[in-house]
Design a protein around this ligand. Structure first.
Ligand code: TXA
Ligand code: MG
Length: 321
């Protein structure tokens, strides 16, 4: 059941006293803690079992808040004015006087910041009046949660509270852009595309840096991520009787033990919103593997397909560390 104003007040006071609270954003659910407190941020890493080298996103109310903690250069301001509140994260240089825990930056001199659009996330930020560090509210390397029940199943016992704002309508995590250098670099593709960013900045943004260079700049971009417990087979054009099929579009092969269609009409927004929920649902089945149909990803017409395929490729990569 969705939470009320008094629940949000309670969640804000828990955050201020150093507890962890999961909350909805328009992308996925976040595992929130006070970004000013080393103890709270350390607890986020512990609960998620997240490697300490992988920095966290800090959620703030406004551009002014972001600029208080980090340098918002012209590029950052243009993007923030255009896309905030919304599913865009900016990697900025910390100010020398920045009070954010160094743990959110994993010891680097940068910090990733975003202003979420979800009304419950905004209400929580305003009520708490502190910056909220929040990675996706899943165990490290697993599928991101898009419903409160996903958080409950995975981390329930370890959190002071889970705010329920219903299903997340974007469904995949924010686009992460490093704007500290001369040219902005997309470290993680999301629903805001390279083309949209380039249009605002009047320049061409390289589509996707290769994985090895992006993983150096964004330590969280590991090849294996979003992993279900079953193996994942990509670009499936047929399905076997011992497979579960994650389908897309009208023409779906028959024969799988279970089939869920992320968008019967081939709509990528709908597909993104359903992706993690349906992947989770198929992962509960007793099958040999999860087969996934091809998702189109032309940069101009199917930009969201790039973000969806990024998640699927990582889901299909076996964990090697
Ligand atoms: O949509 C989202 O971004 C969600 C919601 C809850 O806001 N959050 C999210 O957080 O996806 P997380 O921690 O799961 O992913 C954060 C990504 C990671 O790939 C991390 O490496 C990168 O952002 N990141 C964070 N701080 C960074 C920094 N200072 N420099 C480079 N990359 C950074
Ligand atoms: Mg995550």
């Amino acid at each position: 059941m969705k939470n009320t104003t008094s629940d949000i007040k309670h969640a804000a006071s828990l955050l201020k006293s150093g507890e962890l609270v999961a909350f909805p954003t328009e992308t996925v659910y976040g595992l929130g803690g006070n970004a000013l407190s080393d103890d709270a941020v350390a607890e986020i890493y512990a609960v998620k079992e997240r490697p300490q080298f992988n920095p966290l996103i800090v959620h703030v109310r406004s551009i002014e808040d972001a600029n208080h903690h980090a340098h918002c250069n012209t590029t950052a301001r243009m993007l923030a004015h255009h896309f905030w509140p919304g599913p865009l994260t900016l990697v900025l240089l910390r100010r020398p006087e920045c009070e954010l825990s160094y743990l959110v930056s994993a010891g680097m001199d940068t910090v990733a910041v975003r202003v979420p659009a979800h009304p419950m996330a905004q209400a929580l930020l305003h009520e708490a009046g502190i910056p909220i560090a929040a990675p996706s509210a899943n165990r490290s390397g697993r599928i991101s949660p898009t419903e409160a029940s996903h958080v409950q199943e995975e981390l329930g016992g370890r959190l002071a509270m889970i705010l329920d704002g219903g299903p997340c309508h974007v469904g995949i995590e924010s686009t992460v852009v490093d704007v500290t250098g001369e040219t902005p670099i997309i470290l993680r593709p999301g629903s805001i595309s390279a083309k949209q960013i380039g249009d605002v900045l009047h320049c061409k943004i390289p589509l996707l840096p290769n994985l090895s260079s992006s993983s150096m700049r964004s330590p969280g971009q590991l090849a294996s991520h979003y992993a279900p417990s079953h193996p994942v087979r990509l670009n499936a054009t047929h399905a076997a009787a011992d497979e579960a099929l994650l389908a897309f579009g009208e023409h779906v092969p028959t024969g799988a033990a279970y089939t869920l269609n992320i968008s019967k009409h081939g709509n990528l927004q709908e597909a993104a919103a359903n992706l993690f929920r349906m992947l989770r649902a198929l992962d509960t089945k007793d099958v040999r593997c999860i087969a996934v149909m091809p998702i189109p990803e032309d940069a101009d017409t199917h930009a969201l397909g790039i973000a969806i395929n990024d998640r699927l490729k990582r889901a299909a990569t076996p964990d090697t560390i």
